[in-house]
Design a protein around this ligand. Structure first.
Ligand SMILES: [Mg+2]
Length: 290
């Protein structure tokens, strides 16, 4: 179902490269949720909107992928700052490519400021871009370390670090075939999130708030409750909050778990992406998603 969108644009050639669409689950979630970031909805059957577009969530997800491609080596806990600087360099670089993609004021000021400045944001910005890390490393421990490094300069705050680690870990577990109950239990134990709640209960009082501890657990729950990629996105958007980021996170995990995205969603979203972003995704897929 594509709501009121009747245009058909088939761009599935690059989508199906190597038999996978990894990392696009997050990007498509961002695109579909983008309209509802400013037009919040509690309606599960919302329509896909023509004037949806990719936002900072996509730009920084791709920047994370670039940082991983540039240096895929494992990191130790003693080198987190150095590794963090490499992630930060890509975040600055990609901000400079797409400064109007919807970045928050705090991030924009950081991106244009002193390269050694450390931000201590507790927002969900580090979690929304963490999906590629979940694909790139061989152990959960390394996945968590890389996620922590990715936060060093922009979200040096335990709440934001935990959220980024939870998202990357969820992708790691999902792509390794863990069932949802195990994913739920492991994340609850490791990150002390209450993932036993239901989206139907959460959305009753849910509002726009990009704080990591407020917005990231519901996105994970949207995935845990889902039946397929599309239902994860719909549950995330219809929480009625930070819709692009909720759907980016839920969609990123859902793709890792289900392994497929409906073609009509790919077709709807692909035409919103430019060649540069597509080329980056393709490079990441070739390296990490066979
Ligand atoms: Mg956004």
């Amino acid at each position: 179902m594509i709501g009121n969108c009747t245009e058909t644009v088939c761009s599935a050639d690059w989508y199906s490269v190597d038999g996978g669409a990894k990392m696009l689950g997050a990007i498509y979630g961002d695109i579909i949720g983008s309209y509802y970031e400013t037009h919040c909805t509690k309606n599960y059957d919302f329509e896909f909107q023509r004037d949806s577009s990719f936002t900072d969530d996509t730009v920084l997800t791709v920047a994370t992928a670039r940082a991983v491609l540039n240096n895929p080596e494992p990191v130790t806990r003693f080198k987190l700052r150095k590794r963090g600087f490499e992630y930060a360099a890509q975040y600055r670089q990609y901000y400079s490519y797409y400064p109007s993609a919807g970045f928050g004021i705090m991030f924009s000021e950081w991106a244009m400021g002193d390269v050694h400045k450390i931000n201590r944001s507790y927002g969900n910005g580090a979690a929304m871009r963490a999906v590629p890390i979940g694909y790139a490393y061989d152990t959960l421990e390394q996945t968590e370390l890389q996620a922590k490094a990715s936060c060093f300069y922009t979200h040096n705050n335990p709440e934001a670090v935990k959220a980024a680690q939870a998202v990357a870990s969820a992708v790691f577990l999902a792509r390794h075939g863990e069932n949802k109950e195990n994913i739920r239990v492991l994340l609850q134990k490791r990150f002390r999130y209450d993932l036993s709640r239901k989206t139907a209960d959460i959305k009753e009082h849910y509002e726009y708030n990009s704080r990591a501890s407020y917005s990231v657990p519901p996105a994970i729950i949207a995935f845990l409750e889902s039946d397929d990629y599309e239902s994860a996105i719909r549950k995330a958007v219809s929480l009625g909050g930070d819709a692009d980021t909720e759907a980016c996170i839920a969609g990123g995990i859902a793709e890792a778990y289900y392994g497929e995205i409906p073609k009509y969603i790919a077709d709807f979203c692909d035409r919103k992406l430019d060649g540069f972003l597509k080329a980056m995704v393709k490079e990441f897929q070739k390296r990490f998603c066979r």
